[in-house]
Design a binder for this molecule. Structure first.
Ligand SMILES: [Zn+2]
Length: 100
């Protein structure tokens, strides 16, 4: 298992590998100095020109989703499929929040 840091501003993801020394939840982007989001390696960055997918990713990251799949609560897991639109993304976040 590895991890990545994502900057939605620059639309980049940086692999952080599997070394715990490098795991950093408050990393700043080397490019814009903005906040980076710490995500599971299952995260795949779309092309920079893909506005629609990046908007969805931004929403998911801001909502606290870290691209773990399946996403598990105490008793149940839900599977993530990349949402086709923001409505689907919102529905996923609602399901995710029910798990806690
Ligand atoms: Zn950046």
């Amino acid at each position: 298992m590895g991890y990545k840091n994502v900057c939605v501003n620059c639309r980049i993801s940086l692999s952080e590998g599997t070394n715990y020394e490098f795991f950093n939840r408050n990393k700043t982007c080397p490019n814009c100095k903005g906040k980076m989001y710490f995500v599971n390696e299952k995260f795949k960055a779309p092309k920079k020109s893909n506005d629609k997918e990046w908007k969805i990713i931004e929403y998911l990251l801001l909502s606290g989703y870290d691209f773990r799949n399946p996403y598990c609560g105490y008793e149940q897991c839900i599977y993530f499929e990349f949402p086709k639109n923001l409505q689907e993304a919102e529905a996923f976040i609602r399901e995710m929040r029910k798990l806690k």
